[in-house]
Design a protein around this ligand. Structure first.
Ligand SMILES: Nc1ncnc2c1ncn2[C@@H]1O[C@H](COP(=O)(O)OP(=O)(O)OP(=O)(O)O)[C@@H](O)[C@H]1O
Ligand SMILES: [Mg+2]
Length: 292
């Protein structure tokens, strides 16, 4: 009997359940999250830093009761860290142990290339789980292009081939989320296998909701001022525009310092929470003063 799908039953269901866990999704995000589950297709989420790409995968796992299996990508990530590797030390011990006995080499060889000697890494772990799983392949643009080759088999066939063991097919397809800052173009082959969602900074109303829900102690009036100021900062030509994460940090800072008014002094005193480059800070102070 097919197991009931743990994912979303409709875009509206996605909005509601994600919101209940603290993730406020817009319509496009909710629809794509619903489709990723319904069509069992990997979801590629692209966008600037701090707009909720990673958090979306975590939220999906939270609300569906699935386990989150995370593959953090970085330059130099290889098959041994992404898929699996053989436990050489244990294999060696096994070989040494067999030397005293009259076991043939081929029998030992068959022995040491079995499950017991396999170290599974996130991609293989996710494929082999028979419980609901969200596989997060985070910051996929940070890896070398070769890693995309590894991903393809997983993304298109939900299987992994281990030469010594054969093909391991997914018992149950994971909900796959890939995130990217678009620091480089991903290959067409990867894109073709995924649903695509571009996440950007939210509009002021949604950002206000996010800030208010995460920092309920901040007065509504100041939260409104904060969101508006962050919006203005994003319109400046900065090295690094403030993200949602920084809006939330800023709100927490204002609460911690018991700042009751977001005036010019308060902004100048706390700007380091929002802007992390001196040149950005200088530009912001100049521009905000000019316009306020
Ligand atoms: N829609 C949202 N609802 C609630 N909180 C959000 C939402 N989007 C972002 N956040 C908040 O912003 C923080 C940063 O989000 P996240 O870490 O997912 O960013 P990211 O897009 O993965 O950034 P990076 O590219 O730097 O990894 C989250 O911890 C969360 O608190
Ligand atoms: Mg992230």
């Amino acid at each position: 009997m097919p197991q009931p799908s743990p994912w979303f039953t409709s875009p509206a269901d996605a909005v509601d359940r994600l919101a209940a866990s603290g993730y406020l999704a817009d319509e496009a995000t909710a629809t794509t999250a619903y489709l990723a589950g319904a069509l069992e297709k990997p979801l590629l989420v692209e966008g600037p830093a701090g707009v909720g790409k990673t958090e979306l995968a975590k939220a999906v796992a939270r609300v569906t009761g699935a386990e989150l299996v995370r593959l953090q990508c970085y330059e130099g990530l290889d098959e041994a860290r992404a898929l699996y590797e053989w436990n050489y030390k244990k294999q060696l011990l096994r070989i040494q142990a067999s030397q005293g006995s009259d076991q043939s080499w081929s029998a030992t060889h068959d022995d040491i290339f079995t499950d017991e000697f396999l170290l599974t890494r996130p991609l293989l772990t996710a494929i082999r789980r028979d419980e609901p799983t969200v596989l997060l392949v985070d910051e996929v643009d940070k890896t070398d292009v070769e890693v995309e080759g590894l991903l393809l088999e997983v993304l298109s066939d939900f299987q992994v081939t281990i030469p010594e063991l054969g093909t391991v097919a997914a018992l149950r397809r994971p909900f796959v989320v890939l995130t990217s800052n678009a620091s480089r173009e991903l290959s067409e082959a990867v894109k073709r296998r995924c649903l695509y969602l571009h996440l950007d900074y939210p509009d002021a109303a949604r950002e206000l909701q996010i800030v208010s829900s995460q920092v309920p102690d901040l007065e509504d009036r100041i939260a409104g001022r904060l969101v508006e100021t962050v919006g203005r900062l994003r319109d400046l030509d900065l090295k690094k525009a403030p993200s949602i994460a920084e809006s939330v940090d800023w709100a927490r800072t204002l609460v911690a310092l018991e700042i009751g008014e977001l005036d010019e002094k308060a902004v100048a005193d706390t700007l380091g929470v929002v802007l992390k480059h001196v040149s950005d800070q200088e530009k912001a102070i100049k521009e905000l003063r000019l316009r306020s």
